[in-house]
Design a protein. Sequence first.
Length: 115
Amino acid sequence: QVQLVESGGGLVQAGGSLRLSCAASGITVLFNVMGWYRQAPGKNRELVATYTSGGSTNYADSVKGRFTISRDNAKNTVYLQMNSLKPEDTAVYYCYAPRFGTVYWGQGTQVTVSS
């Protein structure tokens, strides 16, 4: 059974940093795409960043220049380094990985940025 397990969320002051991790298990091949979504209270889930197995990255405009997505293919793990955090970054962050029409999601990790 494929699982995505996230870690690294928490409470941080504005301007601070956090690093999220998402490890895939139960699968022996690489996901072509892995990435992160987030959902703030009362808002729709939005794409934050993606990373392909070929090394291409994509970011939401709101996080460009502050967040960096990276990937360890040997570990089938994707990371999200979040710097210069703002209160509006407060959300539950979800790791995701699509494969052959199925989208796998992590359980979510809370990120709270205080002003």
